[in-house]
Design a protein. Structure first.
Length: 255
């Protein structure tokens, strides 16, 4: 089973302010059996109003997918927390939103969404502009996990944790406690915003296929992980930079 996680940065083209036209092709080229994506858009003008998770799933030829909205509106601009019935994709929802997704070629028995909270303080983050890099204060967003119980006996959670130190670690520990109660062999994948292999060093979960993932053009630190609650035999998967997103993907082939 090829498991891959990628922070897609809504398909942003690194050479242009315009969205990349090849983000669907870039995702399908990964060859994943299970693909977790973060920072994906739905009905956003900046990404040509694409329903990104749905379009990736269609390109992969699977109906086993889900999209968890984390905000309604546009992150970094005006947004609100989703209402209960707005959390997971449904066809009639036409407001702009942003969140995480999981696409599986392996049938899914059950989907669930877990709220992980957010930091009440933000941080100044670097933002590139035509006048160079500048720092702006960014509020943290609500953080969630999307969990799939697969027919092959794995339970997999995809998430995108807070960029605020310590908050992200406690969110990870909360998710691990929740996963412990679920059936099967367990994986957590996603952008955890934790460097220096903190998830592998300071929890009992195994970090699989560790590699630097950020920035994608010259990776210097690992923010993206595939964590296993049990021992796994794996082959790491390497994918070249494709000019989409500021994160590189991370992937493993589970034997």
């Amino acid at each position: 089973m090829k498991v891959i996680s990628w922070n897609l940065l809504h398909g942003q083209n690194l050479q242009s302010a315009e969205p990349a036209h090849n983000w669907v092709d870039a995702c399908t080229a990964l060859g994943a059996d299970l693909l977790g994506v973060q920072e994906v858009d739905e009905n956003q003008p900046r990404s040509a109003k694409a329903k990104q998770v749905e379009e990736i799933a269609a390109a992969l030829g699977t109906t086993h997918w889900a999209y968890a909205r984390t905000v309604i509106g546009t992150p970094g601009e005006k947004w609100r927390h989703p209402a209960t019935d707005e959390g997971v994709l449904h066809a009639e929802f036409n407001e702009p939103s942003y969140g995480i997704g999981l696409i599986s070629k392996i049938p899914v028995r059950k989907w669930s969404r877990v709220e992980l909270g957010r930091s009440w303080i933000g941080l100044p983050l670097p933002v590139a502009s035509d006048k160079g890099t500048r720092f702006i204060y960014v509020k943290d967003e609500p953080r969630v996990a999307l969990i799939a119980e697969l027919e092959n006996g794995y339970t997999v959670a995809v998430t995108h944790l807070s960029f605020v130190p310590f908050v992200n670690y406690f969110q990870l520990r909360k998710l691990q406690r929740i996963m412990k109660k679920l059936p099967g062999r367990k994986l957590i994948i996603g952008d955890l915003n934790l460097g220096w292999n903190i998830p592998g060093r300071f929890t009992k979960w195994q970090s699989l296929g560790g590699r630097n993932t950020y920035p994608s053009w010259k990776p210097a630190i690992q923010f993206d992980y595939i964590l296993a609650a049990q021992n796994e035999t794996i082959t790491p998967l390497a994918h070249p930079a494709v000019g989409v997103s500021d994160h590189a993907s991370i992937g493993v082939d589970l034997h």
